[in-house]
Every structure is written in C-alpha cells, then in structure tokens.
Design a protein around this ligand. Structure first.
Ligand SMILES: CN1c2c(nc(N)[nH]c2=O)NC[C@@H]1CNc1ccc(C(=O)N[C@@H](CCC(=O)N[C@@H](CCC(=O)N[C@@H](CCC(=O)O)C(=O)O)C(=O)O)C(=O)O)cc1
Ligand SMILES: N[C@@H](CCS)C(=O)O
Ligand SMILES: [Zn+2]
Length: 768
C-alpha cells in the first residue's frame, strides 16, 4: 500500500488564532497558561484535520510559538548567556531570543532572523559560541508533542531539523569565531538521546529535515553527513526509523552523500520543483529504502494536477514497488494558507483552481489511493480534477493580447537611465539640497490598530470611500508633522493606506486575485496574505500617486514616493505556474514603470522601489540558472525605474538577505541610493562596497526594527563609526533597517530621535 504523508502543517489556525493569542500574551492581555492552552488546541485541531482527511503519516513538532528553528535553540540548550542569565520562564526566554526584550531592567536585542531558503518565511539563526556546550532540554518538545498527539489517539511522525542543517544554518555569535559545523561531534549525542526518547515514547518514525542538501555544500558540511547518520543509525531498533527530508531543490549534486546514508529508512525529495531528480535518487536508494515523493506543492496554491502527479508516483513505483513509495507534500505546508473553505468572495471560476493546506491534505490521500487501488477507486475526484485543470488552461482570464504586445515592444534602451550616476547626482543635488548623512525612513510608519480598524470598516462598506480617504489624509498629515518634529531630511507618507506592500499592489493590478483569509506566516506572529497572479498583468490606473502627491503638497521637505519592485511583487505573491516567472516579472515591471513616470510627473523627485525579495529569488545553487535569473530580475527592476529624468533620485531597499554574495546584482540595478538591512550583521560585511569601488550612495540600516527595543544614540553612533571604515561620509545615508509598520509610535519616535541626533553629530564632524 502506498502511504500518504504531510511534511508539516501551517500553525496559525483558520483565523490566525495563534497570532492573536501570541500578541495578546505579549500585551499582557492573556496569561501564559492561556497561550499554552491555545497552542495545544491548535495542534490538536490540525492533527485531526489531517487524520480526518485520511493522511497516513501526520507530522508533529511542526508547531512553534515563534519559529521552528528557534525551538531547536532551546531543545539543544544553545541559548546565549545574554538571555539565559535572566532566568526567565522558558517561554519568555524563547520570545526574548525571537523579538528582543526591554522590560523591568532587562534590555536584550533579538537574535538575527533571515530568510528560510528561498521562501518568504524567516527563521532565527542559531547563534553559537566558541566554547559551545549542548544540553538536551529536560522535556524535549518533540517528545512532548508526540505524546500529546498520542494521547489524542493520533500517532504522528515528529519533525526535527537535522544536525548538519542546524549547524550549517548556524553562525558564530558576535565576537566569536567558531565554525559551527566543527561542533557536530558535540551535538550528535543529543540527537541520539532525543531519538531514543522518541522511540521510548512510541514513535516508530521520525522526519529529520536536511534541506541544506539542496545547496552547493562546503566540503565540511558534506563530509558531516556520513558520520552523523552512522551514529543515529547505530541506534537500530532502539531508535525510530528515519525519513530524511530535502526540499526546495534537487539533491543530484549531493547524491553521493545520500547514497552513503544506508541506515535511513526513507528519503524525501521535492518532485514539484525538480521532477528530473527522481531517476538519480531512485538509483541511489539501498535495496530496502523508501522514496517519499513530494508531488503536492507545499509552496504554491495551485490545485495539484492529479494526472501529472500520479505519473510521477507511478514512475517511482515501477522501479521500487508500492511498499517503497510514499506520496507526500513537496515541503511543509507552512508556506500555504490554511483552507480555501474560508474564502467567500473569490470568483468560483478561479476558486476552483486553488488548493490550500486543508485541501492539499486530501490531495495526497487521493493520489495515494489512486496508485494503491487504481484510478477507478477515485474516479470521481480524478475527473473533477481533470476538468478543473482543463478549465484553467483554456480560461480567457489568463491571456491579455495587449500585455503581450507591450512586452514584444520592449527595447534594450528602455532598461537604462539617460545618464550615468555623476550627471544624475549633479541634477538631483540642484533640487534636493540634502545635507551630509541625510536621514530618511524606509517607508512605512506604525500601522496602528486604528488604521487597521478603519480599513476594515472601509472594506466592509461601513464607511464611505470619502471617509476613508479623509482618514488616510489625516494619518499622512500626522506622519508629516512627526517627521518635521524629528527633523528628518527626506520624508515619506507612511504607507497608512497599504494593508501590505505587495497585497496592496496586487489589489490594484489586473491579472491578480486576492483573498480574505489566506494568511501565511512570515515571521513570529506576523502574517502576509499573498495575492494570486492568475493572468497577464497590467495597471488599469495609477496606484499610489494620489497619496504621494497629497503628502508632497503638505511637506516642507522632499517627499519620497514608495513602490514595491517587480521581483518582490512576484515573489511575495503566489505566482502563476503556467508562464515563466520572467514573463510575469516583465509585466509587473511595465506596470510599475508607468507608476514611476506618473509619480515623477506629479512632482515626486525621490522614488524608492523596494526589492527586498530580489535575493530570495536567487536559485539556491550557483550556475547557469542563477545567471539567467539575475539577468531577468535586474532587467525587470531597471525597466521599472529607467523611465525617469536624471533629476529624479531612484532609491531601492533590501532587507532579510545576505548581500555580499549578491553584490553585483544590487550594483547592477543602478539605483542612486540603496538602503540595506545591516544593523544585526557585522559591519565588516560592508567591505564589499570598498572592494568593488561602489560609486553610489548607501544607507546601511543603523538600528533593528524587528524589536520594540529602542537603540541608544551611542549605539547608533558606534554603528555609523564602524560603517565609516567602509563607506565615505558623502556616500552614507542614515536610516533604520526596514519599514516601521510593526512598531508602536513611542518606540518609533524615540529610536528616530536617537538616529537623527547621531546623524547630526557626524554631519557636524564632517562638514568643512
Ligand atoms: C517586509 N516584509 C514583508 C514580507 N512580505 C510581505 N508580503 N510584506 C512585507 O511587508 N516579507 C518580509 C518582511 C516580513 N515582514 C512583515 C512585517 C509585517 C507584517 C505584518 O504586519 N503583517 C500584518 C498583516 C498585514 C495586513 O495585511 N493587514 C491588513 C489586515 C489587517 C487585519 O488583520 N485586520 C483585521 C481586522 C482589523 C482589526 O480589528 O485589527 C482582520 O482582518 O481580522 C490590513 O492592514 O488591512 C499582521 O498582522 O501580521 C508582515 C510581514
Ligand atoms: N517600504 C516598505 C519596505 C519594507 S521591506 C516599508 O517601509 O514597510
Ligand atoms: Zn524592508
């Protein structure tokens, strides 16, 4: 019998219940016990959904109150002393690492948070010491959650991050030099102990995620696999059977590594992203090893094409037999929304094309049944699926000849600014007249409860468009006034009208549909509702001009227009899977180009086009695919921004990504000013700007915006001083790491006051 399996389930709940409970706990509105009880309720509900759908292999320990990688910091006792010294309750210590803590004499910033592979999910980086000791938690969470499910009559397969991935994704703490992978020997006994405990609790199977196998691994990491899994395998019957899971890429380049891991029970591969890896992996399996075939997409919302998925699974069965194949989701379903059933306003035509987590649970079951019992056993489902797939392929919604014609008319010249940076800068200086160390923010100001309530009322028709517009104008007036008081140099309108920097644009572009409840966790308690690209994209009307023009009209200083770039719009949406992403990016670029030109015509002389997802889109392995991506991604940005005159200053912003290995792409954008998240990274990373003789202007973030913690003026000065080792005073802008939408006003004002004072200090010091 072919089993069905899910690698992980979204944990927020149908109505973002976990977000609400967590934020209520942080605000002291519910007790710790209330929050723990809500977590328990959600875990149980999610296991039951999967059980009721008929899924054979159901994951546990895929739940986390903040981040599943952060859970492993506590599991292995890798909590830096700056947190552990306070002897906080474990849950509070956990949140302190995730989001920092500034309360009752405690003042500790959060750990670094970065992108989870090429997704819009962010994990907290394990941060290790030179003399790192490891200690398994007294009540390991994977064991506790396995037992919790067991008590409810559901036998699960606990998920843990593998030792090689944990260490490869880790970093040395600031001022430490340890290469994390060298700590493997010390860490492995904890895995052995954990596996024994799981087995003793009744777990027959465990899923160990080793997603780093999709990277081009350093030799040290590659070499770590064999000894690690020999040690875990040595447990034999004393430990659970191990399924080693890889996802988001292929493992063909590391097949020698996998072929050596004969103690594994099964190997999971992503056959949505890389179906071509099937034959190589099957050939490398040992005679009894099982293949977990990831054929239901964990990263996108399109209904699975059953015919195509069944063909892939049948192909594996032919070589391995039915008992050695499992039908699975390609990755955890963390990256897709909870259920399509909550969507009440989608056009039924397109609703029929989608499948969210709950629906995907049924999909793996149907596919497993089709290959176990034959198609007749699920004829009805297969026929309905074929009809839906066919309807989408032939829908008029997907194809717009006018968009195609415009794309065909794009010329190479349309990608280039009129002049090189020195001439542009000379023009910009005439109008902008900025001081040294100009201060600015990244765009958004706090999205207060009041803003969200008013938008909610407007969406529900409880207030008129005119009332909503007046409210937004009032918000803009307020942020302009605050920026005047703070004495910032380049103002923003604060983005109060935007629910989200991508969703907002998706709602204004043809070719998109958007949802009401399709939330996906981005980090911690923060969720996004990615709009869905269903057809060719165009801009029926200006999207941001009204608000920017209004803000400029009441502002005594330059007002920065604010757009989300084509690659970020693409990556943070659910993209089409029937058209290459480069085509979708170019359509977005053309729509944004019109917006940029319209903003300029409205008198906006500084325009920021955010591209925080540019790095995220980079193929995970080096090589041709990367070069191809970089070409079309950079071209899209340039196409969107190059329609302006020299005097208009183009900014771009990057966050959540490591930029050194990506420097050439950022430089190739030819933006006049870059702002990059930097406050949590070592300033030494800025050396790349010297090495490459970067000629334009840069604002490396001077403080972290993810934490409510307020930086001191001295900290910011120290940071700027460090930056000046790598950048000239003429090049340097002062700004926070990213937008301030998640922050409250008191901390925002306090932090920006410190930032402006620090900038003024250096301005005075360097002005001749
Ligand atoms: C910069 N980042 C972003 C990423 N991806 C995006 N798509 N957008 C981003 O900004 N990736 C990388 C980072 C991740 N960072 C963030 C930062 C902040 C958030 C965030 O604040 N998310 C909000 C939801 C935003 C939103 O769409 N809000 C809507 C709906 C608001 C709402 O919940 N309304 C209530 C009713 C009103 C009420 O009573 O409060 C409801 O519908 O129930 C809006 O503002 O209209 C979050 O709350 O998590 C995400 C990623
Ligand atoms: N302009 C956006 C960028 C976030 S990456 C903001 O300020 O929120
Ligand atoms: Zn940002």
């Amino acid at each position: 019998m072919v089993q069905s399996s899910i690698l992980g389930f979204p944990r927020m709940g149908r109505l973002r219940d976990l977000k609400k409970a967590t934020e209520a706990y942080w605000a002291d509105k519910i007790s710790r016990d209330d929050l723990l009880a809500e977590g328990k309720r959600l875990r149980l509900e999610h296991w039951k959904i999967q059980k009721d759908a008929g899924v054979d292999v159901i994951p546990s320990n895929d739940f986390a109150f903040y981040d599943q990688v952060l859970d492993h910091h506590q599991l292995f006792g890798t909590i830096p002393e700056r947190y552990s010294k306070y002897n906080l309750h474990a849950l509070d210590e956990y949140f302190a690492m995730g989001r920092g803590l500034q309360k009752e004499g405690i003042d500790v910033p959060s750990l670094e948070m970065v992108k989870w592979f090429d997704s819009n999910y962010h994990y907290v980086k394990p941060t290790l010491q030179d003399n790192q000791q490891f200690k398994l938690a007294a009540e390991p969470k994977p064991v506790a959650e396995f037992l919790e499910a067991k008590a409810a009559g559901i036998i699960t397969r606990p998920v843990i991050l593998g030792p090689v991935s944990f260490l490869t994704l880790a970093k040395a703490d600031r001022d430490q030099t340890v290469d994390p992978i060298t700590l493997l020997e010390k860490l492995l006994p904890l895995y052995v102990e954990l596996l024994s405990k799981l087995k003793a609790a009744g777990a027959e199977d465990v899923q160990i995620d080793e997603p780093v196998l999709v990277f081009d691994l350093a030799e040290k990491s590659k070499a770590a696999f064999k000894p690690a899994y020999e040690k875990l395998g040595a447990l034999g019957a004393e430990g659970p059977r191990i399924t080693l899971a890889t996802y988001f890429g292929d493992v063909v380049h590391n097949i020698g590594v996998l072929a050596d891991l004969q103690s594994l029970h099964s190997i999971h591969i992503d056959l949505v992203r890389n179906p071509e890896q099937l034959d190589t992996v099957v050939a490398a399996l040992g005679p009894k090893q099982v293949l977990s075939a990831g054929v239901v997409d964990g990263r996108n919302i399109w209904k699975t094409n059953f015919k195509a998925a069944i063909e892939k699974v049948e192909n594996a069965i032919q070589k391995l037999g039915k008992d050695r194949v499992i039908v699975a989701t390609s990755s955890s379903l963390l990256h897709v929304p909870h259920t399509l059933a909550s969507e009440k306003t989608l056009d039924p035509e397109v609703q029929d094309w989608f499948s969210f987590a709950v629906e995907k649970a049924t999909e793996v079951v149907v596919i497993a049944k089709a290959v176990t019992e034959g198609p007749a056993a699920v004829r009805e489902q297969l026929e309905a699926n074929a009809k839906s797939v066919q309807a989408r392929a032939s829908s008029a919604r997907t194809n717009d000849p006018a968009v195609k014609a415009r794309q065909a008319a794009v010329t190479p010249e349309m990608h280039n600014r009129k002049s090189a940076f020195p001439e542009r800068y000379a023009e910009q200086t005439k109008t902008l007249k900025l001081p040294l160390f100009p201060t600015t923010t990244i765009g958004s100001f706090p999205q207060t409860k009041e803003i969200r309530i008013q938008r909610n009322k407007f969406t529900k028709g409880e207030i008129t468009p005119q009332e909503y517009e007046k409210f937004i104008e009032k918000e803009i007036q307020e942020v302009v006034k605050i920026q005047e008081e703070l004495d910032l140099d380049v103002f923003v309108h604060g983005e109060p009208e935007r629910n989200d920097m991508v969703q907002y644009f998706g709602e204004r572009l043809t070719g998109y549909v958007f949802t009401t409840h399709a939330w996906v966790q981005s980090y911690g308690s923060r969720c996004v509702r990615p709009p869905i690209i269903v057809g060719d994209i165009s801009r029926p009307a200006p999207m941001t001009v009204k608000e920017s023009k209004y803000a400029a009209s009441i502002s005594p200083k330059p007002m920065k227009g604010m757009l989300t770039g084509p690659i970020t719009c693409l990556r943070w949406s659910f993209p089409r899977d029937d058209v290459h992403q480069s085509v979708q990016a170019q359509q977005l670029a053309l729509a944004l180009r019109d917006e940029v030109v319209d903003l300029e015509a409205a008198g906006i002389a500084v325009i920021q086009v955010d591209e925080p997802a540019l790095r995220e889109g980079l193929p995970l392995r080096t090589g041709e695919a990367r070069d191809a991506y970089l070409k079309w991604a950079v071209d899209s940005f340039k196409l969107s921004t190059a329609g302006v005159t020299d005097g208009t200053q183009i900014h771009s912003h990057f966050c959540y990504s490591e930029f050194q290995d990506f420097f050439h792409a950022i430089a190739a954008l030819d933006a006049d000013v870059l702002s990059i998240e930097n406050s949590k990274s070592d300033a030494k990373l800025l050396k790349v700007f010297i090495d490459e003789a970067y000629p334009r202007h840069i604002g490396p973030g001077v403080y972290d915006i993810h934490s409510p913690r307020v930086p001191t003026e001295q900290e910011i000065k120290d940071r700027i001083e460090e930056m000046l080792a790598y950048l000239t005073p003429e090049q340097l802008w002062c700004n926070p790491d990213c937008g301030l939408k998640t922050r409250g006003w008191p901390e925002t004002k306090a932090a920006l006051t410190a930032m402006v004072n620090a900038a003024k200090y250096f301005r005075q010091k360097y002005t001749k």
